[in-house]
Design a protein around this ligand. Structure first.
Ligand SMILES: Cc1cc2nc3c(=O)[nH]c(=O)nc-3n(C[C@H](O)[C@H](O)[C@H](O)COP(=O)(O)OP(=O)(O)OC[C@H]3O[C@@H](n4cnc5c(N)ncnc54)[C@H](O)[C@@H]3O)c2cc1C
Length: 477
């Protein structure tokens, strides 16, 4: 549909469709709960206590953060005692007593420490698909058979030495070669509705192998203060990875990290797009965070540039994973906050960007990175309104989260892709803590739906405050 502007009437129709699809999704999910919130898991209980007590949450997550660096059970026991001295959730009685009374070097304290360590590792396993590509491949194949494809991510970010950055470069190249070899023969079962959409997508040239890259892992001096030096430093490591991607036919998505690196990431993305030789095949994508006040301007500029070069690319739209950090660090520096301060502003921006991006299909392939049924329903309603076929956009979610939503969307024939982190616990700690914070936040859709059981009507409400309805949508460039 050639489109320059969405009128108030168009927006109303999209809203009606959003409500209809949203209710359908909720009805299909019914009582199913994501594994992370199931009480039978130790993780479920930790999540539950973290949601009930802010103090427990802070102490527990600090402990989780430091745990992989501890070398002995006595050290773990000492840190447990120091970190969880004030709040211990509803840990079993012997556990609480042991924490308070036993010397950290004693045998029972070490047993408690071992137990705790093994439980944190289990918790991490819920979000991390495997410690290496071979281990990950088993789970990825299982999901593939259910109609859920993947983007593989290597855990690790913000490297501190060039040796470490080189090792990352090598691991990305190995990951690409390994997954390309594995995935080429994986079958898509005919009976699964989303598999038909995937088949069409692959036939129209979308890659079967999809890898997400964090730029801060590739250069130890990645810093906007040396913009050009950082750009070249990253490109030096990225180019060999892109060469392997090209040889294996893989798609590369650049993740978006902290705000301070955003302009560098966008500049690097443009450079690799401009250097790329193919105008037919979509090779690269980048994540955009709707919690950033600058995101609409950035997307507008990217789209204007893309129309000029006529190179197809992808954008993964997310809300953003570093909200607390961005807000606190900008306040600390006395700078204006780069992020919206109310959740509904982030959600509304997400919806505006969804409409803008989907209106640029097929030049831009949009991936909606969200577990929020309202945001997802709005995207699918917009795609339907604009005539974007099911194989023309993706719904992406994180591994280990929102399983009932993924299952429902697959049954409805949408393309669902899992973001699947691979790696060890130490480099994965930042990722794990972000997921724990995300799932337990007061503002989290998943918490509101699956723990607090908020009313469906409330969860499907438009993020625009009543009385400030948009009269039209500016999707013209
Ligand atoms: C496939 C995939 C890839 C991802 N890649 C990236 C990436 O490259 N970079 C990245 O940063 N994140 C990334 N994420 C993480 C993503 O940002 C979070 O998962 C997402 O924000 C959660 O949003 P939601 O719609 O699922 O949940 P919701 O509960 O609807 O939204 C939660 C989000 O709202 C925002 N928010 C919360 N409180 C406020 C407030 N008071 N004011 C304003 N905004 C608020 C935050 O962004 C928070 O994460 C990715 C997620 C997925 C699914």
């Amino acid at each position: 549909m050639p489109l320059t502007m969405l009128s108030a009437r168009d927006l109303q129709q999209i809203e009606l469709k959003t409500q209809e699809i949203g209710r359908m999704i909720f009805a299909r999910i019914a009582d199913q709960k994501p594994a992370i919130f199931r009480e039978s898991w130790w993780s479920g209980r930790v999540m539950d206590w973290s949601m009930r007590s802010e103090q427990f949450k802070v102490e527990m997550f600090r402990f989780v953060d430091v745990l992989p660096c501890l070398r002995s059970s006595a050290e773990v026991a000492r840190h447990l005692q120091e970190y969880l001295c004030r709040s211990q959730g509803d840990f079993p009685g012997f556990f609480q007593w042991g924490l308070r009374n036993l010397p950290s070097a004693s045998l029972p304290a070490k047993v408690i420490a071992r137990l705790m360590e093994s439980n944190v590792r289990k918790l991490a396993r819920r979000f991390i698909v495997g410690s290496n590509a071979a281990e990950a491949a088993l789970s990825l194949k299982k999901n593939w058979k259910k109609g859920i494809t993947f983007t593989a991510d290597l855990l690790g970010e913000a490297t501190v030495s060039e040796k470490e950055a080189e090792a990352y470069q090598q691991r990305y190249a190995d990951l690409l070669r390994y997954t390309a070899l594995k995935v080429q023969n994986w079958p898509l079962p005919a009976e699964c509705p989303s598999c038909l959409s995937w088949k069409k997508a692959f036939e129209s040239g979308e890659s079967r192998v999809n890898v997400s890259v964090k730029l801060s892992a590739l250069y130890s001096q990645f810093d906007p203060i040396d913009f050009n030096g950082s750009l070249e430093g990253v490109l030096k490591r990225l180019h060999p990875i892109l060469k392997v991607a090209h040889e294996t036919g893989a798609f590369i998505n650049l993740d978006m990290e902290q705000y301070e690196w955003k302009d560098l990431a966008l500049a690097i993305f443009r450079r690799i797009e401009e250097e790329g030789s193919s105008r037919e095949k979509r090779c690269y994508g980048i994540a955009i965070q709707s919690y950033l006040k600058e995101s609409e301007r950035d997307v507008g500029e990217l789209l204007a540039w893309a129309e000029k070069f006529q190179r197809p690319f992808a954008i993964r739209l997310v809300k953003g994973a570093y909200w607390d950090y961005e807000l606190i660090s900008s306040r600390q520096q006395g700078w204006p906050s780069p992020v919206w301060e109310h959740k509904r502003e982030t959600d509304a921006c997400f919806e505006r960007l969804t409409r803008l991006l989907l209106s640029r299909y097929p030049l831009v392939r949009t991936a909606i990175g969200s577990h929020n049924v309202r945001s997802i329903a709005h995207a699918t309603a917009t795609a339907e309104f604009l005539g974007v076929p099911k194989e023309g956009f993706e719904l992406q979610m994180l591994y280990g989260m929102a399983e009932p939503i993924k299952k429902t969307l697959v049954e409805m024939g949408y393309l669902v892709r899992d973001y699947t982190p691979i790696g060890e616990l130490i480099p994965g700690m930042g990722y794990l803590v972000r997921r724990l914070l995300e799932n337990t936040s007061n503002e989290s859709f998943l918490r509101q739906r699956f723990v607090e059981h908020l009313d469906v009507e409330k969860l499907l409400q438009s993020p625009l405050p009543s009385g400030s309805r948009q009269s039209h949508d500016r999707v013209a460039l």
